[in-house]
Design a protein around this ligand. Structure first.
Ligand code: SAH
Ligand code: AVI
Length: 311
């Protein structure tokens, strides 16, 4: 809660209002994200999953990881494609999922253990911005994995800082597998963040329930509307909660009140869309060497395997 108090003080009390995206992911938020992944409009999960199926064996046979360490693993559903590849290649390893959402981690660990009895799972619960410095050491190569284009939820500076931090944790010869969503037709992007079933809207609004619960706040969810628009200039989806009425909201724990007019907005997430070269640049800027850059025929998504050189 201390992080949340600080982040709400910094971002929510005065315009431009914003919240960091990690607060979406309480138990309900993670479940809603999972449902979003199954909507016909949200293509990134299917695209990445099929790249992982198709190239999983290439990735595992190249990296031969002693450990797969996944950042923001959620339910680890797509990671199964890498574990399938391990099985096909008779390769065993340790899997370390790292996520801020403990219920998702627990569920993933239980399900993976029954599907892959040979797998050793050592979950890490917490904020990956805080704890990367003291990862437990393991024998052999580590394959760091960051899927789902979660990198797109960071600003350029944050993304560079984050990949640099990972690079600091890497031993020479370690690998990094990054999934990143690409720039594409505006209508496709818009639909992906405005699914007709309203799941993205529910996911967005759920962050207000988190604030209500954690900060003794009294946000009324029906006083807000979901808005997600593609900002062409910054090449990113911007997701907002827009106040539909004049309202004041009490934040009990902070002893603060927020007053909102109709149309006032809270930025809850950015989701950047990258060019092919930009994805590679993110990795190269941190001193990583691109080994393979996988993409589907339509260029909708990038899955890039990179390595820290042994020089
Ligand atoms: N990798 C999965 C889930 C993506 S959703 C996929 O590709 O489908 C983003 C995930 O990152 C969520 O599970 C969320 O709980 C986690 N997450 C977000 N911010 C985090 C943080 N600061 N530290 C650790 N995990 C975080
Ligand atoms: C996790 N993250 C990469 C998702 C995205 O697409 O930015 C979260 C999401 N937000 C709305 N829909 C999905």
């Amino acid at each position: 809660v201390l992080d949340l108090i600080e982040d709400v003080r910094a971002g929510l009390l005065s315009p431009p209002r914003y919240l960091p995206p990690k607060y979406f992911y309480d138990d309900r938020g993670s479940s809603l994200f999972d449902l979003i992944c199954e909507t016909p409009e949200y293509y990134p999960t299917r695209m990445e999953d099929s790249l992982l199926s198709r190239y999983g064996q290439d990735i595992i046979s190249r990296a031969r990881p002693g450990r797969i360490l996944e950042l923001g693993s959620g339910t680890s559903r797509k990671t199964r494609r890498l574990l399938d590849a391990c099985e096909q290649l008779a390769h065993t390893c340790i899997y370390t999922p790292y996520d801020v959402c403990e219920p998702a981690l627990e569920q993933a660990a239980t399900e993976l253990l029954s599907a892959y009895p040979w797998l050793e799972i050592t979950p890490l619960a917490g904020d990956y911005h805080a704890g990367l410095g003291n990862l437990p050491a393991v024998e052999g190569t580590t394959l760091f994995v960051f899927l789902g284009s979660t990198i797109g939820n960071f600003s350029d500076a944050e993304a560079n800082a984050f990949i640099n931090e990972i690079r600091q944790c890497m031993q020479p010869g370690d690998f990094f597998l990054l999934g990143a969503d690409r720039v594409k037709n505006n209508a496709v992007l818009h639909a992906a963040y405005n699914d007709l079933g309203g799941l993205t809207a529910a996911f967005n609004l759920n962050v207000l329930s988190v604030l209500n619960r954690e900060l003794q706040a009294d946000f009324r969810l029906d006083n807000f509307a979901h808005e997600a628009v593609f900002n062409t200039q910054f090449s990113r989806i911007e997701m907002y909660l827009v106040s539909s009425v004049q309202q004041s909201i009490r934040l009990g724990t902070l002893a603060e009140t927020i007053v909102l007019e109709p149309g006032d907005r809270i930025l809850t997430e950015i989701s950047r869309k990258f060019l092919y070269e930009e994805v590679e640049k993110l990795l190269a800027d941190s001193g990583l060497t691109v080994i393979n850059h996988f993409e589907p025929d339509n260029g909708y998504f990038s899955l890039v395997l990179a390595q820290l050189g042994c020089s």
